[in-house]
Design a protein around this ligand. Structure first.
Ligand SMILES: Nc1nc2c(ncn2[C@@H]2O[C@H](COP(=O)(O)OP(=O)(O)O)[C@@H](O)[C@H]2O)c(=O)[nH]1
Ligand SMILES: [Mg+2]
Length: 369
């Protein structure tokens, strides 16, 4: 039994495979981690398989899985999970885009109690070298979508990550496309995660296999994980939906307060409508802030950057103002420029304002780290 299995998915990597296996092995030998290296190849037509077989002759910890059906990167990694002979897995590309030197650190973070450890390109200290603009834009788009499901994770679509076997042992993975990590995060069972920054460098040799089809598959995957999270309540994405629902309930309480204060001040205290409305709106915002702070986002880390309640309140006020502007603008634009019924226009405005408030507050007011 090994301490760790390093899964290397390959397709036509004859130019890189010998070097990557050798380097991964050297790094692990150096740190004393007993690791299996599992190459999962999609029946490459070049000499990749022959090279791995050659390596196996002198390296007993190298194993090769050759797949002949259901070609695909995510499928290969998921197959690797099933064939690995240890309880901790690291996935790394064959083309040296991911630094093998970080593997021991990832392994230690898992041993320290994390379920998922992610090599992140998008956190402080991380980066991307030598990627054409087109690739950067595609990656940022994919990352943005993924972060809607996992707002605490800066790089939920990284190809460089480590997991505990239990994370995926019961998961009904439906791997396709390139983003196996998003599938693991969406359908696996996990609690603690850690990100480690690294600099992604584009391959020097060979060619990328990313195609347009990959992008479409990714969009399908995001929808699929969203639906899955509604029926599998132990999934991490469900944790996020619970916050959305709580945020919505708090929002409804704010509407009641807003309306109640407006009517009271106008009818019983003789305030003019504009003045009453300012008090009503501000009280509703304060109400919403208090409940969101104590309830919706109670487990968010309040000990670090945003430790001061006034600071969070100020952010919440500013973001709420943005939500109100979105609501107001949509109501007017849809009603007056597009001849949509004002009641429907207002509902659309409310929903988009709500979406803005949740997503932006989640990213800046109640962040975890
Ligand atoms: N098994 C398998 N591996 C693949 C497939 N496509 C890509 N890979 C491997 O996955 C890693 C990343 O692929 P790459 O083409 O470099 O993607 P990019 O870095 O996003 O451009 C490399 O190790 C590839 O050899 C595939 O269809 N099957
Ligand atoms: Mg690559």
């Amino acid at each position: 039994m090994y301490d760790l299995t390093v899964i290397i998915p390959t397709f036509k990597e004859e130019a890189n495979i010998r070097n990557i296996v050798t380097e991964v092995d050297a790094v692990l030998k150096h740190t004393g981690i007993e690791a299996e290296i599992l190459v999962v190849d999609d029946n490459s037509p070049d000499t990749t398989i022959a090279i791995v077989n050659d390596l196996k002759a002198s390296m007993p910890n190298v194993n090769l899985l050759v797949r002949t059906t259901d070609h695909g990167l995510s499928q290969s990694v998921a197959d690797g999970f099933l064939h690995a002979s240890s309880d901790i897995f690291v996935v790394i590309d064959a083309d040296f885009s991911h630094p093998p030197a970080l593997i021991p650190k990832m392994y230690k973070e898992i041993r320290a109690g994390n379920d998922v450890v992610i090599g992140s390109r998008y956190m402080d200290g991380g980066g991307i070298r030598k990627w054409p603009l087109k690739r950067r834009v595609i990656s940022l788009g994919a990352t943005f979508l993924g972060r809607l499901l996992f707002p605490d994770i800066t790089d939920p679509v990284s190809g460089f990550f480590a997991i505990r076997k239990q994370v995926v042992a019961q998961a009904h993975l439906k791997p396709r496309g390139y983003k196996i990590l998003l599938e693991v995060l969406g359908k696996g069972i996990w609690e603690h995660d850690k990100e480690i920054p690294f600099e992604f460098s584009d391959r020097e040799i060979g060619s990328s296999k990313l195609k347009i089809k990959t992008i479409i598959e990714y969009a399908q995957q995001v929808v699929d994980i969203t639906l899955y999270s509604f029926t599998h309540r132990q999934s991490a994405a469900w944790r996020e939906w619970k916050r959305v629902f709580k945020f919505g309930i708090v929002g409804i309480s704010g509407i009641i307060i807003n309306q109640g204060v407006l009517i009271s001040l106008k009818e019983y205290a003789g305030f003019s409508i504009p003045v009453a409305s300012v008090f009503a709106i501000e009280l509703a915002i304060l109400n919403n802030f208090i409940w969101n702070d104590l309830w919706t986002f109670k487990e968010c880390d309040k000990t670090q950057k945003l430790s001061c309640t006034w600071h969070r309140l100020l952010l919440f006020e500013v973001v709420s103002a943005g939500g109100a502007i979105i609501n107001f603008a949509l109501l007017n634009i849809l009603t007056f420029s597009m001849a949509i019924d004002y009641r429907i226009a207002n509902i659309i405005g409310i929903l988009l304002g709500f979406g803005w408030n949740f997503v932006v507050n989640r990213r800046i007011t109640w962040i975890r780290k």
